[in-house]
Design a binder for this molecule. Structure first.
Ligand code: ATP
Length: 435
């Protein structure tokens, strides 16, 4: 059975060290979460896969820009003026809501009370730079990583001698003072984005938009996300952002319904034009071969790292009632622990032999591994299933004699006895030949 309720995942994540509530011993802080030892491995795997996918090609390079930027950036980007949500308050219970998220306009979804008229609420977090807290020292925590790429467009293009079409990728934190955060890590006020901005010649934007839509959807399919739970949603007139010509979301069918986890946008030349206007700097691109000069169009792929992490948790969760176990069927590249080494008993020389095998596999693969001595083998398998470890290697007393170990497969639950000297090759082959 797949996960039908996010609370089951929240509890598994806490129980097994994926995600903890932030500042829990103080009663927690709304919508903030901490990644535990397994969550951080999963997140790192997601970021590594995305980074490799984007930058292991000659037409995309990466950057890491700062979270605090010149305040004028957010005027140029349109965030000061437009990055607002309509906020309504309930006159009775005083709860706040996003007006566009309420089904029955005018009525409080919590208590049925009367709502105030909507006010625009800017979602950017403000802070002060330096010791004086006044308007002149106000800066914002970036609400998206994209602007750090736009303002560095020419720096990157000239230093790396990039020719259009080319892209710049970045992974980093973004902050939004969301009115109604919630649903675990789905909507938080601090989150991580994986964004890639692809600069193209005007007129070639439609072609590249299609290319990136296909490439991004393919990325999720290749990493094991259930085909029937993925779809595109095109932004209609009312939804389209002020900068966009065309926009599509990649959506996943969460237990809370179909929701976006990546946006692909044709942002036209809006961003570079605006930064030219507000900074007074010339951001025109000159093609060094053809000599053409123009302001490139931008196709953006903007994925939420935490949101995709939630997709991967939801999509992997499986209650296997037949075998009385919960299995996280992570794609092997995403699995936070790749291999568990399980000596049958905590006794020498089994323990020493298990450690020797552990070191050997680690040196040859750099897998994140666990070695577990406690409980029955059945219990230990269940523990590994629940954190999605693709393989367990059991070492018994016979192993000391015949130099063979038992490899147990998470999904098939099959057990195969193989010579220990071929273990690394066996693992490498199986990790390579997934799907
Ligand atoms: P929404 O309409 O849900 O507020 P958005 O359309 O504003 O989202 P984008 O600005 O396109 O989102 O952001 C790109 C991606 O960043 C989203 O697809 C999502 O994965 C992620 N993201 C945006 N806001 C949040 C948030 N508050 N918490 C977690 N992830 C977020």
């Amino acid at each position: 059975m797949a996960v039908d309720d996010l609370s089951k995942l929240v509890s598994l994540c806490k129980r097994r060290g994926f995600v903890f509530q932030s500042s829990e011993i103080y009663g927690g802080i709304n919508s903030c979460w901490d990644y535990g030892p397994l969550g951080v491995e999963l997140k790192r795997n997601i970021k590594d896969l995305w980074w490799k996918e984007m930058t292991c090609r000659s037409d995309i390079v990466g950057i890491d820009s700062s979270i605090l930027m010149h305040p004028r950036v957010w005027e140029a980007s349109g965030h000061v003026e437009n990055f607002t949500d309509p906020l309504v308050d309930c006159k009775k219970c005083r709860q706040r809501f996003r007006e566009d998220a309420i089904d029955e306009k005018g009525k409080c979804p919590a208590c049925g009370g009367e709502l105030t008229d909507a006010r625009s609420f800017n979602l950017m977090f403000k802070t002060f730079m330096g010791p004086v807290e006044d308007a002149a020292s106000t800066v914002f925590l970036r609400p998206e990583t994209a602007q750090g790429i736009y303002v560095n467009f020419l720096n990157v293009q000239t230093t790396m001698r990039m020719r259009v079409p080319f892209g710049i990728a970045q992974i980093g934190k973004a902050f939004r003072n969301e009115i109604t955060p919630g649903n675990f890590i789905f909507r938080t006020r601090e989150f991580e984005q994986m964004e890639m901005q692809f600069f193209v010649k005007p007129g070639e934007d439609d072609k590249w938009m299609e290319y990136w839509m296909n490439t991004r959807m393919d990325f999720y399919r290749r990493h094991g996300i259930t085909e029937g739970k993925l779809r595109f949603h095109q932004h209609g007139e009312g939804e389209l952002a002020h900068y966009a010509k065309v926009a599509y979301d990649i959506q996943y069918e969460f237990p809370i319904g179909w929701q976006e986890f990546e946006g692909i946008h044709n942002r036209t030349d809006f961003d570079l034009k605006r930064h030219m206007e507000y900074s007074g700097k010339n951001l025109n691109y000159t093609d060094e071969i053809s000599g053409e000069k123009y302001i490139p169009y931008i196709i953006e792929t903007s994925a939420g790292c935490d949101r995709f992490l939630l997709v991967s948790l939801v999509d992997s969760y499986w209650e296997d009632t037949e075998n009385e176990r919960i299995v996280m069927k992570f794609h092997k590249d995403l699995a936070p622990v790749k291999l568990a080494i399980l000596p049958l008993m905590k006794k020498e020389p089994l323990v020493a032999y298990a450690k020797e095998i552990y070191d050997n596999v680690y040196n040859e693969t750099d897998f994140n591994m666990q070695i577990d001595f406690t409980g029955s083998i059945g219990k230990r398998y269940r523990r590994q299933d629940e954190i999605g470890t693709p393989y367990c290697v059991t070492i018994d007393f016979e192993s000391l004699e015949d130099k063979k170990v038992t490899v147990r497969d998470r999904d098939l639950m099959t057990q195969e006895r193989i010579p220990v000297e071929s273990l690394v090759k066996y693992l490498k082959d199986n990790f390579r030949n997934q799907n």
